[in-house]
Write a new protein. Structure first.
Length: 294
């Protein structure tokens, strides 16, 4: 199943998406994707009969919003999870290079106010940063609470997957003691969506192709088969002594091709067109939109 949040008039509604047939089934008022995620398999099972009777609308008739709005905490993120990305930035981290590739996943967070919809404008303020960069990646949506989750049980805690772009401000990322929070948490800068594809729809999460285009130019192309640390290991190590909650969002890292690592460097500008695609999960289409944030 694919679950989206859509705007109908001035009301946020939940819908099941059928992208191949290009329609959505509008779920009853009062049903929210956030609640379905927290309800797990029972909530999903109860939707089958509802969807069969639900009114249908053309996918082109509805405005897709960020699928989730009620976050338990910051967005949880994984850095350096593709070794080619780790290697491409060597010597370009302004003195913050680790001595060797990490033996464990590298974690950081992004503020929840970063999240925007799959086709929304990305807030761009050149006074905030002069080095705006892109990072297309797969996001995991947690659907079951757990702490110290064993790797072999980690998939039981995955509700589904969607596409994200971890738009980053590289100068802010470097100038705050090596901590990435500030350079990853500018408001209205992380598109998420276009919907949540439930885990049962993805037979092999390591066969997903990630592509990112900037102004029509292919900048990133990789497969999730290339991850340094599996999704199961990310969940297991992140949850070690720390409870993950249904509704948590975990970004799983970006592959090589980022603007900061290129020669010459390429950074986002006002009007830049970003297209982030993950096979089986969908596509985000966003534009850098001048916005006063400072």
């Amino acid at each position: 199943m694919r679950l989206a949040s859509v705007l109908m008039g001035d009301q946020r509604r939940a819908a099941a998406v059928f992208p191949d047939e290009e329609y959505v089934a509008l779920l009853p008022e009062g049903v929210a994707v956030d609640d379905i995620v927290r309800g797990g398999s029972d909530a999903l099972g109860a939707l089958d009969a509802t969807i069969a009777e639900a009114p249908r609308l053309s996918l082109g008739e509805v405005q897709l919003l960020a699928p989730l709005t009620r976050f338990n905490r910051d967005i949880l993120c994984t850095g350096w999870n593709y070794w080619d990305h780790f290697e491409e930035s060597k010597g370009k981290r302004e003195g913050q290079d680790p001595p060797e590739p990490p033996a464990h996943p590298t974690f950081f967070t992004k503020g929840p106010d970063t999240v925007i919809g799959p086709y929304d404008g990305i807030a761009f303020d050149p006074e905030i940063s002069s080095k705006w960069d892109y990072e297309a990646e797969v996001a995991i949506i947690i659907g079951k609470d757990g702490r110290s989750i064993p790797e072999d049980q980690a998939r039981e805690h995955i509700f589904g997957y969607c596409v994200a772009n971890d738009v980053s401000q590289r100068d802010l990322q470097r100038q705050h003691g090596g901590q990435w929070l500030k350079g990853k948490s500018i408001d209205q800068t992380m598109p998420l969506g276009p919907w949540i594809t439930t885990a049962d729809e993805i037979e092999d999460p390591y066969s997903l192709d990630i592509e990112f285009e900037l102004d029509g130019r292919l900048m990133q192309k990789a497969s999730t088969s290339q991850v340094a640390f599996s999704f199961e290991r990310i969940i297991s190590e992140l949850s070690w002594g720390m409870t993950l909650r249904a509704g948590d969002v975990i970004l799983t890292g970006t592959p090589s091709g980022i603007g900061n690592a290129r020669e010459p460097q390429i950074f986002l500008e006002a009007g830049s067109e970003l297209v982030s695609t993950v096979s089986q999960l969908g596509t985000l289409r966003n534009q850098m939109s001048p916005t006063k944030l400072s």
